[in-house]
Ligand binder design. Structure first.
Ligand SMILES: Cc1cc2nc3c(=O)[nH]c(=O)nc-3n(C[C@H](O)[C@H](O)[C@H](O)COP(=O)(O)OP(=O)(O)OC[C@H]3O[C@@H](n4cnc5c(N)ncnc54)[C@H](O)[C@@H]3O)c2cc1C
Length: 418
């Protein structure tokens, strides 16, 4: 650290944290970025790792590499467990030490969200979610293993259980995951197996709401629904999950025997509100002012209203807030006037429903089909963290689109692991 230079600690190297660190590159401050992972993940493409389209290294990049040009930035691999707002310390646990205080003059919290099982934490054991690269690889293992085990099974009932996949939650993640599994099965796996027919697999997408993609307009959500049905995805809408266990899932009184339930429903913010003892919304997101400060809380873990509505938990909000917090700090340390209060610039909503089909809603423009998918592909490539990732994903998508081949169908685990 440089004497007399203010220290900005950023917790989280996701969209918000990375954007803040990059914006502070030339500011007269030292930056310490702390993350419990050594990599930044492009979460919108996690489902493509889980369904073998992309390899983990194509959607994630080491945080040190992403900030390689930031000469005044130190990266610490560790988990923040508490914050002492009085003493201005962040308390970090690392692999070999716990409770290390890291002092800050300015603090940006960008710790995102984790799954919420709506008070049913017992569901977690049988219904993993999709938030991290490790989650995506574990799901990929699970999906591919189910086919391997079905191929070796003599029992038709067990085979059907193994080939039944249930997604709980029909927001963008559930829709993208269900349609990607359908495409994986119908276009790639059908060539790989001899004894089982992957096309006999059952894919169920359930939600307590009566339509998929609730954040989109009813006509776009109907278009997505028709597309899902044409891919063979079974929709169980307007029904709540009652139980998830060893043998399967019970939804609206109906028990579905399955070995694979994927939780794509709720999220809960990180414990930032608890650390700060700050006011939160009922979900636990920290209520922030227009300049984003309690300390500075950005992205999924922050709650801010605009035009009377809470901002959504999407990457663009995190990116724009991360940059904004960095600009406010930069102005403060240089005694310059603060920027005007934060305003989110909404670029719209997008979701993919299988190969070559997406729904797009931005302002008055609504689109579904191949053109929307091209826009989706262009935007996602543009927002990947490095040029290396952009090129790699572009080439992989073109290859997969033309050949339906998925080279990442690898089951990676220790022998004996469950
Ligand atoms: C499967 C999936 C699909 C999505 N699809 C889309 C999409 O299509 N479009 C879209 O706009 N948005 C999408 N999102 C949402 C988007 O990814 C989030 O809004 C965005 O990542 C939020 O950015 P963030 O910086 O707030 O948090 P994150 O990007 O989640 O980053 C949080 C960081 O904090 C670190 N961290 C957390 N707790 C601690 C701790 N205690 N100590 C140290 N480090 C910690 C984490 O390791 C992580 O690196 C999707 C999310 C998921 C999970």
């Amino acid at each position: 650290m440089t004497p007399n230079k203010p220290v900005v600690v950023i917790v989280g190297g996701g969209f918000g944290g990375l954007a803040a660190a990059r914006t502070l590159k030339n500011a007269p401050v030292d930056v310490v970025l702390i993350d419990r992972s050594n990599h930044h993940v492009f979460q919108p493409l996690l489902y493509q790792v889980a369904t073998s389209v992309l390899a983990p290294g194509q959607i994630a990049t080491p945080i040190r590499g992403a900030l390689g040009k930031n000469k005044s930035t130190i990266v610490i691999l560790g988990t923040v467990v508490d914050i002492q707002t009085g003493a201005r310390n962040v308390i970090v646990d690392t692999e070999d030490r716990s409770g290390i205080p890291v002092h800050y003059d300015y603090l940006i919290l960008a710790t995102g969200v984790r799954e919420s099982y709506f008070g049913h934490d017992e569901f977690r054991e049988h219904a993993p979610g999709l938030k991290t690269l490790a989650d995506a690889v574990a799901l990929r293992n699970r999906i591919l293993l189910a086919f391997e085990m079905a191929e070796g099974s003599e029992d038709p009932a067990r085979r059907q259980d193994l080939l039944t996949f249930v997604m709980v939650g029909a927001g963008p993640t559930g829709v993208e995951m269900a349609s990607a599994i359908a495409v994986l099965i119908k276009s790639t796996l059908k060539r790989d197996f001899r004894r089982v027919d992957p096309r006999s697999a059952r894919i169920v997408l359930a939600d307590r709401s009566d339509r998929v993609l609730g954040a989109f307009s009813p006509d776009l959500s109907a278009a997505a629904q028709r597309r899902l049905e044409s891919l063979g995805v079974e929709l169980l809408l307007g029904k709540s999950v009652e139980a998830i266990g060893e043998t399967g899932v019970t939804i609206g009184g109906q028990h579905i025997e399955t070995k694979t339930v994927i939780w794509t429903a709720g999220v809960a913010p990180s414990p930032a509100g608890k650390w700060l003892k700050a006011e939160t919304d009922k979900g636990g997101r920290v209520r922030v002012r227009g300049d984003l400060s309690v300390v500075f809380v950005v992205g999924d873990t922050a709650y801010l209203e605009q035009n009377g509505k809470p901002l959504p938990g999407v990457a663009q909000v995190a990116l724009q807030q991360g940059k904004y917090a960095a600009k406010v700090i930069s102005a403060r340390v240089q005694d310059e006037p603060s920027p005007a209060p934060f305003r989110y610039f909404d670029k719209g909503n997008l979701a993919v429903v299988g190969k070559g089909f997406a729904v797009l809603q931005t302002g008055k423009v609504k689109l579904s089909g191949f053109m929307a998918w091209l826009v989706w592909a262009a935007i996602h490539i543009q927002f990947l963290a490095t040029t290396n990732l952009r090129l790699s994903v572009l080439v992989q998508w073109m290859w997969t689109y033309l050949t339906s081949q998925r080279g990442s169908r690898l089951i990676v685990k220790h022998h004996g692991d469950k």
